[in-house]
Write a protein that binds this ligand. Structure first.
Ligand SMILES: [Zn+2]
Length: 238
């Protein structure tokens, strides 16, 4: 675990936000723990105002909860029911988004997706942070290509990458994730909408198994992901 210590005085709230977010993600601020604004301000050699601003942002990410007396506490990490809800939500929108991204048009994001895959570098940072950065950008670009602001907004509000990768350590099989991303990217590049939809569905199922393997198992019947066929708008052609 990396413990970050403020090495220069007077951080801006953006910098404090990034520093504290990292602490929450890495367990330096453990789950379900009260956060003391004044202690943090003293430790970071700053005033309470930028710390409060950073904590408000972390609350927006779902990493902190407001408690009584204007205080904050870190949220719990996801349990199995939380992981299942998140993946059922993702299965509703992401296979569909991949299929609509795979069109022979200017908004086909295949080139950007290829760049994201090439830019992934786990040597630059911890696997956890490299994956949060890469995976959120990769999936975000596919969602953005749908040009459906309601879907994009709902996806961003889930903050799924922060919550999922907060659960894992450095042993995450990033090579498998990258291979699956390549499969999605190549189907999108071929404008193969069925292939892109299937590749995304398969990727989400495999990721779900990976995150669930981090947690204690429940009764098997409660674990199975419920998913509909992808939502589609059928245009009537006369
Ligand atoms: Zn992914």
């Amino acid at each position: 675990m990396v413990i970050l210590v403020a090495d220069s005085p007077k951080h801006g709230s953006g910098e404090i936000y990034r520093l504290l977010r990292r602490r929450v993600l890495e367990g330096g601020l453990p789950p379900a723990t009260k956060v003391n604004i004044q202690h943090l301000a003293t430790e970071l050699n700053t005033s309470a105002t930028p710390v409060r601003e950073a904590l408000r942002q972390l609350q927006g990410d779902g990493l902190l909860l407001a408690t009584s007396h204007k205080g904050y506490a870190t949220t719990d990490v996801l349990d199995r029911a939380g992981v299942k809800s998140l993946f059922e939500f993702r299965l509703l929108i992401e296979p569909w988004a991949a299929s609509v991204a795979a069109t022979d048009s200017l908004r086909n994001p295949a080139r950007e997706l290829e760049r994201e895959i090439k830019a992934f570098n786990p040597a630059m940072d911890s696997v956890r942070h490299a994956m949060i950065y890469h995976d959120s950008r990769f999936h975000g670009r596919i969602l953005a290509a749908s040009e459906n602001s309601l879907v994009i907004d709902a996806y961003e509000k889930s903050h799924c990458h922060l919550h999922l990768f907060r659960m894992i350590g450095e042993h995450w099989d990033w090579r498998a994730s990258l291979t699956q991303h390549q499969e999605i990217q190549s189907a999108i590049a071929r404008a193969d909408s069925t292939g892109a939809e299937e590749a995304m569905r398969s990727h989400l199922h495999q990721a779900y198994e990976g995150f669930m393997s981090e947690l204690e198992p429940l009764a098997e019947s409660k674990e199975k992901l419920r998913e509909p066929s992808s939502p589609r708008i059928i245009s009537k052609k006369s």
